[in-house]
Design a protein. Sequence first.
Length: 284
Amino acid sequence: MGYKTLPTICYDLHSHSTASDGVLSPTALVQLAAANEVDVLALTDHDCTDGHAEAAKAAVVAGIRFIPGIEVSVSWRKRLIHIVGLNVDGADAEMQAGLSELRVKRERRAQEIGAKFEKIGMPDVYEGACALASGVLSRSHFAMYLVEKGVVKDVQQAFKKYLQQGKRCYVGAEWASLEDALSWIHGAGGQAVVAHPARYKMSRTLFREFLKDFKVLGGEGIEVSCSSHNREEATLMASYAQELTLLSSVGSDFHSPHNNWAKLGRVHALPEGCVPIWQDWNES
Ligand code: AMP
Ligand code: MN
Ligand code: MN
Ligand code: MN
């Protein structure tokens, strides 16, 4: 007698809507998730939970499970790190106070980015970016505006030429401390997960130090399978997860249907041996 194969549940625990730099409304995002056969979807907008209520409603209609999430901008030793929070209560006052401070810093930074563009002869970039944002203003909106104006051919080129660290119109900022980010997420009843860990360009020694700090502060998980990881990177992250006893997460980091490398719900399954972040989530 063989074992009965259980149907595989499709999780996508990292995605964006128009509440930050995604191009789909929370409703359209949930509808696309359902069409792509996602069973469990987390909305994790940058420093903002405004999309939760709409996504939760749409998920009931679409018949999928919605996980309220967040992606917090963190500065760790002067590096920008993204920490995803899963199952956070958007009504938590302390988390909201922290996120609101981050959004003030974003606005200030956006104005400074605009001033840099003005200096190089493009005076309308700040206004253009604002016009494209219906929620939290992000560097992505600057990139989209530059594409729209024909200054660059695509968003990647906008980052490469102007917006990423070291480039002409980059402006740094001091985001949340790792300690604060984890305390907001935990205070709001959530689990903290290191987003797209292979993107940080840290040496293995430094990355291990980061993970140890994360673990000491009670961090729960790490994205092992995500759109920006190849198989080798996923295997490496799975080995860190095992070494540091961290749970593993899966997320596409979906922003737009026009983006070919991050499709909603299209992420590799976790490598064998990983303990999934959802292991203790009650079925409902
Ligand atoms: P911000 O949070 O405003 O600093 O903007 C960061 C966002 O810009 C990320 O969440 C990505 O969506 C996007 N991004 C960052 N770097 C790149 C890149 N090199 N190419 C395309 N998009 C990028
Ligand atoms: Mn983004
Ligand atoms: Mn991110
Ligand atoms: Mn993201």
